[in-house]
Design a protein around this ligand. Structure first.
Ligand SMILES: Cc1cc2nc3c(=O)[nH]c(=O)nc-3n(C[C@H](O)[C@H](O)[C@H](O)COP(=O)(O)OP(=O)(O)OC[C@H]3O[C@@H](n4cnc5c(N)ncnc54)[C@H](O)[C@@H]3O)c2cc1C
Ligand code: FES
Length: 509
């Protein structure tokens, strides 16, 4: 997704606009070079930065709810009074300006010093030592939120990755395609951790957890004690058990190092083989096509992504990729990789100098299992994200939580969910008792087509399509027993936000 910088548009807000000019509640204008959004909420008018701090989404096209605005692209939410990013995936605030109303007109003058967030701060008796296992979406969002809530105690974040927390979704999209600069990737610059007194220990594997003595044991032999522990170990790619799966040109894609290794091999590659028509596999296929590499996809299913999005979406995704030159070998699997040749089960052979395996991920549960935490296809947590062990929380790809919207205990692998869970776990480690009740959300990007998905439907008995998937203008509802469990959309951003809101309120989207 491109972060576009455009010339300031709309009226010069320092000169004032008539109240009637924003009957719709929002008006985009500018102050000097900066784009500013005026938002009416009741009798008040707020002025905030016009673009989302995540990927620069146009907030003017989002929805306003009380004193907040939600981004149309990936559903971040900003507090209009403080600019705070109150919901991930945005983590940084947007700027706020002073607003003056006189003679039926609204004037924007100076930018305000960034106001303090409104969330409840940590109590004076907050625990002294918090340890976070995992330097990904959930772990990072938790550490950042702890400091945002004015937590003064110790935070140690342990990650067996060599890289500091990065924008993982970008690894199969713009960064892999070669269209994202390096500085888009870190969630925060290196100095952030020292400045915020977050002890980030990279390349550090946690080997065990002793919940009785509240200790974390590192692979190197050292131990750390904790008052509160967050497990956010994420997931790891499933590896193929076929001959040749460990050859150097055969890659999985999870970490920045994985992505860099693929990019390195892509430099001299003529043809790539993607094994698996998963979201990550197909996003990688699209990114490699951008690099002008021939791409073949081998997958056992009849249609890509059918299990997650249904047959109509599956056919669309296939056609979309074929229009961009991807060749599918569906109903097929790879039996062996012999050097630059892959042998398919059906007998055919495919030559490829680069292989990306995208056949799904498995949650990293070993630590939780060994610690004796309650497990059921994920680490079981309560509505406050606490595990079965007191003081131990879990968030992100490993956590199975009681989802109030579906009424089921669910575990998903979504970036936004992981971040929001990390944030809620942070609040709860400080004793703030906040429920995790966000409606699950994910997005996926294929060439210029974004797919947004709200809710959670593992099974459905009816798919209702509003608009046209082929025309890239649709809202698709997944129903079970007449109830809408999830909604997928293409270029129906407001409808997707409305669906999220309806689900939050227990209404039918
Ligand atoms: C290439 C790619 C693209 C994606 N695109 C999207 C997308 O477009 N939209 C979307 O919604 N989701 C997307 N996802 C999924 C999303 O990234 C995950 O859901 C999210 O990262 C989960 O966050 P997490 O914190 O649970 O785990 P992770 O982000 O994986 O972080 C886990 C961390 O734990 C560390 N760790 C694990 N075990 C140990 C141990 N024993 N000791 C020390 N450290 C340990 C790991 O090194 C890592 O730092 C994508 C994933 C990938 C790989
Ligand atoms: S651009 Fe706003 S949430 Fe991603």
């Amino acid at each position: 997704m491109a972060q576009e910088q455009t010339a300031p548009r709309g009226p010069d807000l320092t000169k004032g606009v008539a109240f009637e000019d924003f009957a719709g509640g929002k008006l985009a204008g500018h102050v000097g070079d900066e784009e500013v959004l005026l938002v009416r909420s009741g009798a008040e008018v707020f002025a905030i930065g016009a673009h989302c701090s995540h990927y620069h989404g146009p907030l003017a096209e989002g929805i306003v709810l009380g004193e907040s605005v939600r981004c149309p692209w990936h559903h971040a939410c900003f507090d209009l009074r403080t600019g705070e990013a109150v919901r991930a995936p945005a983590l940084s605030p947007v700027a706020c300006w002073n607003v003056e109303q006189r003679d039926g007109r609204v004037f924007v003058n100076g930018k305000r010093a960034q106001p303090k967030p409104r969330g409840r701060p940590a109590a004076a008796d907050a625990p002294g030592k918090i340890v976070i296992v995992g330097g990904g979406a959930a772990g990072f969002a938790a550490a950042e939120m702890l400091r945002r809530r004015d937590y003064r105690g110790s935070i140690v974040m342990l990650s067996d990755d060599r890289a500091p927390p990065v924008d993982r979704p970008n690894l199969s999209k713009d960064y892999l395609a070669g269209s994202a600069p390096e500085d888009w990737l870190p969630l925060r610059p290196d100095e952030f951790y020292a400045q915020n007194n977050i002890e980030l220990r990279l390349n550090t594997e946690v080997a065990g957890i002793d919940v009785k003595h509240r200790q974390v044991h590192l692979a190197g032999g050292a131990s750390l004690t904790y008052d509160r522990l967050l497990l956010a170990t994420g997931a790891e790619p499933v590896r193929l058990a076929i001959p040749g799966a460990d050859l150097p040109h055969v890659h999985t894609l999870r970490s920045l190092a994985d992505c860099r290794a693929i990019i390195e091999d892509a430099k001299g590659a003529r043809r790539a083989l993607v094994i698996g028509a998963s979201f990550i596999g197909l996003e990688a296929a699209a990114a490699l096509r951008t690099r002008d590499i021939e791409v073949h996809v081998v997958a056992p299913e009849a249609r890509p992504m059918e299990r997650a999005l249904g047959p109509q979406f599956g056919d669309f995704i296939r056609k979309l990729h074929e229009e961009h030159g991807v060749v599918f070998h569906l109903g097929e699997t790879v039996a062996a990789i012999e050097g630059a040749r892959a042998r398919l089960k059906g007998g055919a052979a495919l030559d490829a100098d680069l292989v990306v395996v995208g056949v799904g991920v498995r949650p990293r549960l070993v630590l939780a299992e060994q610690a004796g935490l309650k497990i059921d296809r994920g680490v079981m947590v309560d509505a406050f994200l606490q595990t079965s062990a007191p003081g131990v929380y879990a968030a992100g790809d490993i956590a199975r939580w009681p989802d109030p919207h579906s009424g089921e205990a669910v575990r998903v692998e979504h970036w936004v969910v992981a971040e929001r869970q990390g944030q809620i776990a942070a609040a709860n480690m400080l004793g703030l008792n906040e429920r995790f009740d966000a409606v699950p959300f994910f997005w996926s990007q294929h060439y210029d087509v974004p797919i947004n998905y709200v809710g959670h439907a593992e099974r459905w008995d009816e798919i209702a399509i509003d608009g046209s998937i082929e025309a890239k203008d649709c809202l698709v509802r997944y129903r079970r027993n007449g109830r809408v469990l999830a909604v997928a959309s293409i270029f129906r951003d407001v409808a997707s936000l409305d669906a999220e809101l309806a689900m939050e309120r227990g209404a039918t989207p």
